[in-house]
Design a protein around this ligand. Structure first.
Ligand code: MG
Length: 420
């Protein structure tokens, strides 16, 4: 079981894109609307308004299917810039309650309020206070569901329990009960394919998953099996990393010596794929290309990183991301890639829409010269290539492994791609 003294809030905006549009435009209020991308061929309902959901429209439904179920639905092209602007506004509100805020997606954040709330009563009061601030500063249409629990995983499960506008408190002693009242794929990290595989193994609920021998899960799913076992016991713990670290760094930063402050910065890239894919080779190539871009920018700024965060967003707009820490800091795209792929490989990579990584826990100065000749050689090759890049631009060299990978810039559809 996780350390019972931690208290995590998960705040999830209800029908986020649709609520933002309804707040901005009174004409859309009280009506079933669906927010779509600009690219008609790939158009699915990214968010349905609360009114459309009540009539059976679901996220990720194709527009024609939504129209069939709900003929009065109105489609509205999404405005990613507006959504990410409001995302910054609500995260700034959260930051006035605790410095430990981690955005999980464009409309969800985790807050570690262990110190600020002290106990679950304090946490409930804080949740209500946050809700009032959202109401005052963003408007009455933009509502949130809130889960309070001893770790991120349980808090996220809790916030999904009552929607819209719910507040669900799950104390440590109630976690297993919450799991037993949930479906396997209600839990973030268990997708439909994993659910199917578990079913085939005779596991159809969390009680059975908990009782299933851990070694057998590990035999079937490797490290993901360990995660499944811990999740069934409600014990998965991942730290809330902090909003500022997530927000990233601007292109220039003043050189200082030693570690940057923990709230400092990160270097990251993400990319929305030209079409959704489940092909691991394709994903690996893109990830490698992104890692090289991140590595190059870090070396240019004479910065190294000790942590990598890798993340994917799926076709249904759900997402998954995790981070790992290196023993030695690095600015080598190859090492960043290997670590990021170790994070993503065990995940069920089906119908992936966006892939990305970021490097954080930064220090100024280049890495220590390695004791190993092969690595020293690699470092000198990289600095020679970096010199070329400085002179002739960032497209001047490419690794063989990423030759077929082209990063197209597109202006339509939903992209929350960023260069942070
Ligand atoms: Mg939401």
């Amino acid at each position: 079981m996780d350390n019972p003294s931690r208290i995590i809030l998960h705040i999830d905006m209800n029908s986020y894109f649709a609520s933002v549009e309804q707040q901005a435009n009174p004409f859309l209020r009280g009506k079933p609307i669906g927010i779509t991308g600009k690219n008609q061929e790939r158009s699915v309902v990214a968010t349905a308004s609360i009114e459309a959901k009540a009539l059976g429209v679901k996220t990720a439904m194709s527009t024609w299917e939504a129209k069939k179920i709900c003929p009065s639905i109105m489609f509205w092209s999404g405005d990613p810039e507006k959504y990410s602007d409001i995302m910054h506004r609500f995260n700034t509100i959260y930051e006035s309650f605790t410095p430990h805020v981690e955005p999980f997606s464009v409309d969800e954040s985790f807050l570690d309020i262990t110190e600020e709330a002290e106990d679950y009563f304090g946490a409930t009061c804080m949740a209500q206070a946050i809700r009032s601030r959202l109401h005052e500063e963003l408007g009455e249409r933009i509502t949130a569901s809130i889960g309070i629990a001893p770790n991120n995983l349980m808090a996220k499960l809790a916030s999904g329990h009552v929607k819209p506008n719910g507040l669900t408190v799950v104390r440590p002693e109630d976690c297993l009960k919450l799991l037993d009242d949930s479906e396997l794929d209600d839990l973030c990290g268990i997708g439909p394919r994993i659910k199917e595989r578990l079913h085939a193994m005779g596991i159809s609920n969390f009680k059975q998953l908990r009782e299933f021998p851990r070694e057998n899960l590990e035999h079937e799913f490797h490290s993901y099996g360990t995660w499944l076992h811990e999740a069934a016991w409600a014990g998965v713990r991942s730290p809330v990393v902090g909003f500022s670290e997530y927000k990233g760094v601007s292109q220039s930063s003043k050189p200082t010596t030693g570690d940057l402050t923990p709230d400092a910065k990160s270097y990251g890239h993400s990319y929305t794929l030209p079409e959704n894919t489940s092909d691991a080779c394709v994903l690996k190539r893109y990830l490698f290309g992104l890692a090289d871009k991140v590595g190059w920018r870090m070396r240019r700024d004479n910065v190294t990183a000790r942590r990598v965060t890798a993340f994917v967003r799926f076709g249904d707009f759900s997402s998954h991301g995790e981070q790992r820490t290196f023993h030695e800091p690095t600015a080598d795209g190859m090492q960043l890639f290997h670590m990021a792929w170790r994070i993503l490989e065990p995940i069920c990579l089906v119908d992936v829409r966006l892939i990305g990584l970021s490097a954080s826990l930064l220090s100024h100065g280049s890495t220590q010269p390695s004791l190993f000749k092969k690595e020293r050689n690699m470092t000198s090759v990289l600095s020679a290539l970096d010199e070329l890049q400085k002179r002739y631009g960032s497209g001047v060299w490419k690794r063989g492994a990423t030759l077929q990978t082209e990063f197209k810039s597109r202006s339509s559809g939903f992209h929350f791609d960023h260069e942070v």
